[in-house]
Design a protein around this ligand. Structure first.
Ligand SMILES: *Cc1c(COP(=O)(O)O)cnc(C)c1O
Length: 384
């Protein structure tokens, strides 16, 4: 079918305020990385996370790269990362000339397994990047105590988890630094964009320095460090300022989507629902289920059936350690990541999704489940 997807996996939610602030940039000429919105967005987002400093960047990837760079991580160093994440989590370690050491995830939250982290620590380990996958916080206390024991930094890759909470504290405020993405399909968007947040003033200063060519803030064109141009524009920040007014509404709607999905899919055999542990506020960036058991190897057919009805889905990420640039250096087998990656399917998760759409999506899935059951019964009757 050549028609475009009618129910997309994600949608940007922009309104009058976004348009007004963008127009203000265009009308005033403040379209580059100077202008009033960059600082305003940094302040609003840092305070939302419950931290002192926010440094806006050009993307989530550059935020993560800056976090590692300002810790001086480089050749000869190792950084522990979950293999079950988006590729950028590992690439930023490679950009620094350091080695990403892959670790498996837990079966319940699909997040970094603290036991596997402990086993992966060596004399060369400098940091752990935790990922709050799909918006569920990682197992922070366990990981922080490993980090404390071995004097490691914990960097949060919170690119999918704006507003997610661990024991009542917002993600981004839990590690040495937190990194966020404002790409078009994230919880809030600036088109492209990112942010590093931290309570540490010297790290914040260093991130600011490195994101702007390492240029002295007191002496124009004096560069004591090799920096980058990872600046966010005022245009992007204008979107961010407007988006901050609806961030809780976006999360409420994503949580509502999850509640409806959970209630409609709960009793279908072979479907595993995403978990929300008692200590977590999950923000369900993407509502993701596992399709297994009775539905074994049927993920593709569910995706196809939904697609033919104009409903977009996404398979889970592949384990990063299986990707061509990384598979030669892979350090072990990752049973949970392999299984979850094969069976995971993300369903439409837009804050603009209608309740009726979720009912339709779940009806298609239920029909497939029933269809398979019927077929099985028929064939076994025929045999006997
Ligand atoms: C989106 C994402 C990133 C990268 O963010 P960009 O803004 O696209 O560079 C990094 N890590 C995770 C887990 C992500 O989901």
């Amino acid at each position: 079918m050549a028609k475009t997807e009618q129910i997309p996996i994600a949608e940007t939610w922009l309104g009058a305020k976004e348009r007004r602030l963008l127009a203000e940039c265009a009308n005033s000429g403040w379209v580059s990385s100077k202008g009033r919105f960059v600082g305003a967005f940094e302040e609003a987002f840092a305070s939302y996370c419950g931290v002192k400093y926010g440094i806006a960047t050009s993307s989530g990837t550059t935020a993560l790269h800056l976090a590692l760079a300002c810790l001086g991580i480089g050749p000869g160093d190792e950084v522990i990362v979950p293999t079950l994440s988006f590729i950028a989590t590992a690439n930023v370690v490679t950009y620094c000339g350091a080695k990403p050491v892959f670790v498996d995830s837990r079966a319940d939250t699909w997040n970094l397994d603290p036991v596997a982290v402990e086993n992966a620590v060596t004399r060369k380990t400098r940091a752990i990047i935790v990922v709050h996958l799909f918006g569920h916080p990682a197992h922070m206390d366990e990981i922080q105590s490993i980090a404390d024991k071995h004097s490691l930094h914990v960097i949060e890759d919170a690119c999918e988890a704006h507003g997610s909470e661990y024991r009542g504290a917002r993600v981004g405020s839990l590690g040495t630094m937190g990194c966020f993405s404002f790409y078009g399909n994230k919880i809030i968007t600036t088109g492209e964009g990112g942010m590093v947040v931290t309570d540490d003033v010297s790290l914040a200063d260093r991130v600011r320095l490195l994101k702007d060519h390492g240029m002295s803030r007191t002496r124009k064109y004096w560069h004591a460090h090799i920096g980058f141009n990872y600046r966010m524009t005022n245009l992007q920040a204008a979107l961010g300022v407007a988006q901050m007014e609806r961030i809780e509404q976006v999360i409420d709607r994503k949580r509502r989507n999850a509640r409806i999905y959970n209630s409609l899919l709960r009793d279908i055999p072979g479907i595993t629902l995403p978990q929300e542990t008692p200590w977590a506020r999950h923000v369900y960036w993407l509502y993701t289920i596992l399709i297994e058991g009775r539905f074994k190897s049927a993920r593709g057919s569910i995706a196809e059936a939904l697609s033919s009805r104009g409903i977009e889905t996404r398979p889970f990420f592949y384990p990063i350690s299986n990707m061509p640039p990384y598979r030669n250096g892979r350090n072990g087998r990752f049973a949970v990541a392999e299984r979850v990656s094969r069976k995971g399917l993300s369903l439409p998760s837009s804050p603009l999704l209608k309740e009726k759409d979720i009912h339709n999506i779940c009806t298609v899935i239920r029909e497939l489940a029933d269809g398979r059951r019927t077929k099985k019964r028929v064939s076994s009757t025929a045999k006997t």
